[in-house]
Design a protein around this ligand. Structure first.
Ligand code: ASP
Length: 581
């Protein structure tokens, strides 16, 4: 080895020892006759000292080292007079005896510090420098630990990790596929998996019984902070299980990760239905770190001559504690906020419950004090609080209130960033109607089994059928989702019919799976977790990008390697592809 120790390793016990360290120059300081250099590697920072009086030549060399030069320094560990107790190596320094520049560095385009001056694009272009920063390195270390602990837990339960192919055929998970042209089959394309869904089901039919895989998936979707075109799932499948078995098995995984990674005991995983989640939180991924539940007031509000309420399908509100003192300006701003297209409400109604018990609202004309008090009571407001009310069509109103609830939770600092509140959302609708294309889509995917008692309604009243599906949500983030699967050919065919597939299309795309169902397919079910997201939630960040070594930017580009890129004319020809200009 070129070094005897790392830059994070030496302490008082090593005083007097001869050592060789290798690393990058974080910064250097000239202080009169002494030059100090902070030498950094993955493990930490160690201070090097050069003495101008004793070793003028060496010290002269040290003064010429630039930021990010990679060097090797030999010397003796000495006690530091000016100790830095915030870092493990802060009580010692190295009196350097010889120095070698292993490679110089150009001046980096941004500082390699926790608080860097580099903008996003710069940091992505020079990702190798960004990755030298503590913050990002720690994120990748966390990710590594999560992967190791996941494998260890899954292995302890007899799950085996099996790799499934990356060059496959389209699987309908609701997103666009990335495709890869096949040279040997002109005009034909592979698709990259949106998930290994059909393969893991086939593995159950093969008798593997408990499968998992930490696996890359690909979806050609518009990007957001929590989405990347390629992302990683902890993908799992089990045979001979009920929904209950899956939930308890993976509560176990979550408990294991909470304990090993965060060192906390999280054992409570409440379960709520999709309907309840929408009603109480206005979201199918509720953040349970604060209360502020939505209260329906439709029954109390109608028939008083206020047209907006009389015409609304749903009227509901939330209580903003301690906000009765909101000014006109604050209320106007909040009204603008709910009207933004992302939230989409028409307007905002408020009732102030003043500290002295009097009430004031934007609907005083239609509702007397008694009426308003009964609304406030339903919404759970106390003197000093403010009730915020939205009205309109059911689902959009719920969703807008859900967004307003999160916003108020943030503004009022009701969300404890240190706490973790997981839950299961169950009983999702099986299908979602799309007005534009005038057809149903599978809310999860077409392999999800309906709740058995709803199967008879599959063709007569598809919209009301519940799925045997579940999501794991932590702190308002959907961490994973899965379902009990269909394992019977007739039911699968029926499902494709409801989704508008012709018999031939279904056979052409999924014949292999339906045929496999005819050879002793066991009942089975599974789940997949968004690994990048889970890492981000544990790392306390909204952005999964910070937990991926080489992520893509918002336009789906890798700006470091500059991809996607065009390919040579010969390559195109070989692939039988002609570009439409
Ligand atoms: N394949 C599904 C997904 O990617 C997860 C599952 O049903 O297991 O969302």
């Amino acid at each position: 080895m070129l070094r005897t120790h790392t830059c994070g390793e030496l302490n008082r016990e090593h005083i007097g020892k001869k050592v060789i360290l290798c690393g990058w120059v974080q910064r250097s300081r000239d202080m009169g006759g002494l030059t100090f250099i902070d030498l950094r590697d993955r493990y930490g920072i160690t201070q090097l000292v050069f003495n101008m009086e004793v070793q003028p030549v060496l010290c002269g060399e040290a003064r010429k080292l630039g930021r990010e030069f990679v060097i090797s320094a030999r010397g003796t560990v000495a006690e530091r007079s000016n100790k830095n107790l915030r870092i493990p190596t802060g009580e010692i320094e190295i009196m350097v005896e010889s120095l070698e520049i292993l490679n110089p560095s150009r001046i980096p385009p941004f500082t390699i510090e926790d608080q860097t001056d580099g903008g996003d694009e710069q940091r992505m272009k020079y990702r190798y420098l960004d990755l030298r920063r503590n913050i990002i390195r720690k994120n990748l270390e966390l990710r590594h630990k999560m992967a190791i602990e996941t494998r260890s837990y899954m292995n302890s339960l007899g799950f085996i990790e099996i790799e499934t192919p990356v060059l496959i055929k389209s699987t309908p998970e609701g997103a666009r596929d990335f495709v890869v042209p096949s040279r040997m089959n002109p005009g034909q394309f592979y698709a990259l998996p949106q998930s290994p869904q059909t393969f893991k089901q086939i593995l159950m039919i093969s008798g593997f019984d408990r499968y998992f895989q930490i696996v890359r998936c690909f979806r050609d979707e518009d990007l957001r902070a929590d989405r990347q075109p390629e992302f990683t799932q902890i993908d799992c499948e089990m045979s001979f299980v009920t929904q209950e078995d899956i939930l308890t098995t993976f509560e176990g995984l979550a408990e294991h990760l909470f304990s090993k990674i965060k060192n906390i005991a999280v054992t409570h995983f409440p379960r709520i239905t999709y309907d309840q989640a929408m009603q109480e939180y206005g979201s199918d991924k509720p953040d349970l770190r604060f209360e502020m539940k939505i209260s329906g007031i439709t029954d109390l509000s109608k028939g008083k001559g206020f047209r907006v309420f009389d015409e609304a399908e749903m009227i509901a509100g939330i209580n903003a504690p301690g906000c009765a003192g909101y000014s006109r300006k604050q209320l106007d701003e909040l009204t603008e906020w709910v009207r933004r297209p992302q939230v989409g409400a028409q307007g905002l109604i408020y009732i102030k419950y003043e500290a002295d018990g009097s009430v004031k609202s934007s609907i005083d004309k239609f509702y007397g004090p008694e009426d308003l008090l009964s609304l406030l009571q339903r919404i759970g407001s106390k003197p000093g609080d403010l009730a915020l009310i939205l009205a309109g069509k059911r689902t959009p109103t719920q969703q807008a209130l859900g967004a307003l609830r999160l916003e108020m939770g943030k503004r009022l600092a009701l969300i404890d960033p240190e706490s973790y509140r997981p839950l299961w959302v169950v009983d999702f609708p099986l299908l979602e109607w799309d007005d534009e294309t005038q057809r149903y889509y599978a809310m999860h995917h077409p392999f999800t089994s309906p709740v058995p008692e709803d199967i008879p309604k599959l063709e007569s009243d598809p919209g009301s059928v519940r799925a045997n599906a579940y999501d794991l949500v932590i702190n308002g983030v959907e961490i994973g989702g899965g379902s009990i699967r269909i394992h019977n050919k007739e039911l699968q065919q029926k499902m494709f019919r409801v989704l508008g597939f012709s018999e031939e299309d279904a056979q052409a795309q999924f014949g292999f799976l339906m045929n496999a169902f005819e050879y002793g397919a066991p009942p089975h079910g599974g789940i997949a977790f968004g690994f990048d997201r889970w890492c981000a939630v544990f790392g306390g960040s909204d952005s999964i990008r910070d937990f991926i070594a080489f992520p893509k930017n918002n336009s789906g580009r890798d700006v470091m390697i500059d991809s996607p890129a065009s390919i040579r004319e010969e390559q195109l020809k070989e692939l039988s592809i002609r570009l439409v200009k």
